[in-house]
Design a protein around this ligand. Structure first.
Ligand SMILES: [Zn+2]
Length: 160
């Protein structure tokens, strides 16, 4: 028997990021908490990847619709800004999906926020000989880099 909270979490977890549709909000770590009270009122907490993220309204609407469609009409999607999201909340699956989508994932950091690798590796050929072309790419979360190995430009989801 699956509880209401588990069932709601499952459908909400499938909502994708409109900017990077290979990633679900669960992959990104922005789906925080689901609560259901005795009267059937559902609260879903999400934390945006950065404040002012233009995708946020779309994600909120998609989460509310998915939960309503699953049979829970009384749903409220709350935006929780604290603690602030960081790329460290991204799952390994999310990093792998980003890489396969052609976006260099955010580099992993240790507990002191020190990057475990200095180079951003090219998602196309794996070369570590890359350099930044533009700090802001197609979205503010991404930078545009160029690879010296295969000469291709590629986006990098920046650490923050
Ligand atoms: Zn390359």
């Amino acid at each position: 028997m699956v509880s209401d909270v588990e069932q709601i979490r499952r459908v909400a977890a499938e909502v994708v990021d409109p900017e990077i549709p290979v990633l679900t909000i669960d992959d990104l770590g922005i789906l925080r908490e689901v609560r259901v009270d005795g009267a059937g009122h559902v609260d879903v907490d999400i934390t945006p990847t950065y404040s002012g993220c233009p995708a946020l309204d779309v994600i909120r609407a998609d989460v509310a619709r998915s939960v309503r469609d699953a049979g829970y009409p009384d749903v409220k999607v709350n935006v929780v800004l604290s603690p602030a999201w960081t790329t460290d909340w991204m799952s390994d699956i999310a990093r792998r999906k980003l890489h396969d989508y052609g976006i260099a994932p955010p580099r992993e950091r240790d507990a002191h926020m020190t990057l475990l690798k200095l180079a951003v590796e090219c998602p196309l050929c794996g070369s570590a000989h890359t350099s930044e072309v533009s700090h802001f790419g197609s979205t503010p979360c991404q930078a545009l880099l160029r690879c010296a190995g295969c000469a291709e430009p590629f986006p990098h989801f920046k650490e923050h």
